[in-house]
Design a protein around this ligand. Structure first.
Ligand code: ATP
Length: 304
């Protein structure tokens, strides 16, 4: 497989504290790679190292075939755009002026493409409005536009939907999908909001205590997150033998709720439960969520 970014034994220590501990990850070219981890897992630290904002204590990464220790890494980083933490933008000017300023910083020879970029991120109607008066979602989209000025083929977004309202989240999500599909940009996106990532990611890297504990494609993850049927009944006391007899895997959640895994014929099951005086109140299919998968992988809740 062709990778935009790989890391090998990357470490970042703050005195004795290991913010990154022997971290190895692989971002396939063309992927939307969801970097999933609790608060404090090391997501921002990793991104800062890749962007060259901090130096690793040990280990290395390879960006488009160029090692982080190679003197060509600075030039290679120009293939990459990033929005890390809050986007750096000038609040007292317009979206257009911010983008033109980034063109100047990058030493671009003309302002070609500025209008197209503004339209692409959906800020074409902001005119003379100063960024100070933009919503958080508009600022985030402007941050992405600025990161796109150098026409990167790899974009890194650190928690891009943090603090956004539902509409803002949808806009950023659609923008990321369009960047990936229409411009073939590889995207590394960090988040602790698993549900949000599950709508975007084609690959996942689960990070915990500074290490990647698992990398998996979205397709494989979907297969691993087993389908299950959630039953609400009047009483689960005598329910177990019914499932055991049929060789079904199940999880009794409470006195009235049970999850049953595998291929199930709902009608037959309701009938069998009825025979042990267990009345079925409701039955619906659900997928084991990404969050449950993650918690099984690393344990605990999402916030450290
Ligand atoms: P969040 O989702 O909260 O941003 P994160 O996964 O991005 O979390 P990091 O910001 O990378 O986590 O932090 C990883 C760990 O490193 C945290 O425990 C943090 O307190 C610690 N850390 C980060 N920067 C420093 C620093 N400059 N000095 C000491 N410890 C630090």
């Amino acid at each position: 497989m062709d990778y935009s970014l790989t890391t090998n034994g990357l470490c970042k220590y703050y005195k004795d504290f290991k913010a990154l501990n022997n971290l190895s990850m692989h971002v396939p070219k063309g992927a939307i790679y969801g970097l999933v981890g609790k608060n404090g897992a090391g997501k921002t630290t990793l991104i800062r190292l890749i962007c060259g904002l901090q130096r690793p204590t040990a280990g290395e990464f390879t960006l488009y075939g160029v090692k982080s220790t190679d003197c060509k890494i600075g030039k290679t980083r120009r293939r990459m755009g990033a929005v890390v933490e809050t986007p750096s933008i000038y609040l007292d000017t317009t979206a257009r002026e911010n983008i033109r300023e980034q063109y100047r910083v990058l030493g671009m020879s003309s302002f070609d493409g500025v209008d197209e970029l503004i339209t692409f991120v959906g800020l074409e109607n902001t005119g003379t409005k100063r960024v100070r008066n933009f919503s958080l979602g508009m600022r985030q989209r402007l941050g992405i536009a600025i990161a796109l000025c150098g026409r990167p083929d790899f974009l890194i977004l650190d928690e891009p939907v943090n603090g956004l309202d539902p509409q803002g989240i949808i806009e950023i999500r659609e923008l990321i999908l369009r960047l990936n599909r229409e411009r073939q940009i590889t995207v590394l996106i960090s988040s602790h909001i698993l549900d949000e990532l599950s709508r975007l990611a084609t690959y996942y890297g689960f990070i915990d205590k500074g290490s990647i504990v698992k990398e998996i494609s979205a397709a494989k993850l979907k297969a691993e997150c087993r389908k299950c049927v959630h039953l609400t009944v009047n009483d689960t006391t005598h329910i177990c033998p019914v499932f055991d007899k049929r060789g079904l895997d199940y999880n009794v959640i409470s006195m009235t709720e049970v999850d049953v895994y595998g291929e199930i014929k709902a009608g037959d099951l309701v009938h069998a439960l009825d025979e042990v005086d267990c009345e079925t109140i409701s039955i619906h299919e659900k997928n084991e969520s990404l969050e449950t998968y993650y918690m099984n992988l690393v344990g605990g809740g999402m916030d450290a």
